[in-house]
Design a protein around this ligand. Structure first.
Ligand code: V1P
Ligand code: CA
Ligand code: ZN
Length: 378
């Protein structure tokens, strides 16, 4: 197998599309693809290209998108423009286009680019060219078969996992975004070949409103969906313990041959939409821990709305993957002013949201999840 737990540094394939950062959801929209340019500038500014295999990306084809998405939805995406959206939704239907998922110029090109990068990343893992593959433009976990949702148009994660299932008997998906990974959960809800694990903020109202502990899968997929719903303001130490405890048990009991990790950076403290208190170091510890299993690893982006911190986080996590010890002083880049006033990789991010998680609530949660995972032993 291509396990990389022993010996030399892992081979890390890095997928970056220069163009994907240049799309705009709209002035007041929180999703800013420009964060991908900031991230890439930090990665390159730190000199990490020396330890990465940097690959060109390509656009996913309509046929590839149809591996998961409905034909009429793909056709709608391919034809819709800001000018024709009113007329086109009248004939094709809504597909949940609106404030969260606006039709912007180049929406189809954008979607094909981030999905194509995730597909290429998955294929480099399958071919054995890489031990770890990274696409920070991917991770758009809310997109459904025939519907846009939560800033996501096509579900690159589902498409990548479908590719991996061609060779891998079991794939685990882990979702560190502050939001529930509903689109990926739904796609694999009835199969025992993909375990989805989402850590997220849950209070019954927070978007998308799903992700209760009791959502555990269906039919042959019963118990193969894992949800870890958390309250506002979780802190580093609690999150780290919970993540490591849950994921150690997932790896032992499910024994996947590949790992897909969604690194949504809206679980950081000070995020414009998020409600957690995580530092970049604690967020990156999830990456470090999943890497430690030495199983082929696909690393994706996701949410993240305070873009100076999103790019810091993903640059740091790229460093974790290549075993680099990055200095806290940021390299000077064309976007240096974004990182004022401290110009550091690890700004303090905690303490802005009151922690509503209690030792008792976390203990109960951890117990329930571990009990579910132990039950997989039969
Ligand atoms: O809360 C909602 C919907 C709109 N209401 C009717 C319910 N939408 C959220 C969507 C968050 C999407 C997160 C995506 C991801 O998981 C993956 C990329 O990170 C929302 C929010 C919010 N505060 O939760 N939309 C917006 N804010 C929004 C604000 C301004 C303009 C457009 C959307
Ligand atoms: Ca999540
Ligand atoms: Zn999110």
């Amino acid at each position: 197998t291509n396990s990389f737990s022993h010996g030399a540094r892992p081979r890390v394939a890095y997928f970056h599309d220069e163009q994907v950062a240049n799309f705009h959801y709209g002035e007041k929209h929180p999703m800013k693809p420009h964060r991908l340019a900031l991230t890439n500038h930090l990665v390159m500014g730190y000199g990490m290209y020396r330890h990465l295999d940097v690959y060109d990306t390509r656009r996913a084809t309509a046929e590839e998108l149809r591996d998961f998405h409905a034909e009429d939805y793909v056709e709608f995406l391919s034809r819709v423009t800001p000018e024709n959206v009113t007329a086109l939704t009248k004939t094709f239907g809504q597909f949940n286009i609106g404030d969260d998922c606006p039709v912007f110029a180049g929406i189809y090109d954008f979607s094909r680019r981030y999905a194509g990068a995730s597909l290429e990343a998955a294929r480099r893992l399958l071919s054995g060219d890489a031990d770890i593959a990274v696409n920070w433009s991917g991770g758009l976990h809310h997109a459904k078969k025939a519907e846009a949702s939560g800033f996501c148009y096509v579900n690159d994660i589902v498409l990548a996992i479908l590719q991996m299932l061609r060779f891998h008997p079991r794939v685990v998906y882990i979702d560190c975004d502050v939001h529930h990974g509903d689109g990926v959960q739904e796609a694999f809800y009835s199969t025992d070949r993909v375990m989805t694990v989402s850590f997220h903020m849950y209070d019954g109202e927070f978007f998308p409103g799903t992700g209760r502990l009791e959502e555990r899968g269906n039919g042959p997929g019963q118990r193969f969906t894992v949800n870890v719903p958390l309250r506002d303001g979780i802190e580093d130490a609690e999150y780290r313990t919970l993540f490591r405890t849950v994921m150690r048990s997932v790896m032992a009991n499910f024994d996947p041959s590949a790992v897909v990790l969604q690194c949504g950076a809206d679980s950081l403290g000070c995020d414009r939409l998020g409600r957690f208190n995580l530092s970049i170091a604690a967020h990156g510890d999830c990456v470090r821990f999943m890497k430690s299993f030495g199983v082929p690893l696909l690393v994706l982006g996701g949410g993240g709305y305070t873009i100076r911190n999103v790019s810091r986080c993903w640059a740091y996590e790229t460093g974790v993957l290549i075993d680099a010890d990055l200095p806290n002083e940021l390299p000077s880049t064309a976007y240096h002013e974004f990182f004022a006033p401290d110009y550091q990789l690890h700004p303090p991010l905690s303490g802005h949201i009151a922690n509503q998680n209690t030792p008792a609530s976390l203990r109960d949660l951890s117990r329930s999840v571990l009990e579910q995972l132990r039950s997989l032993q039969g």
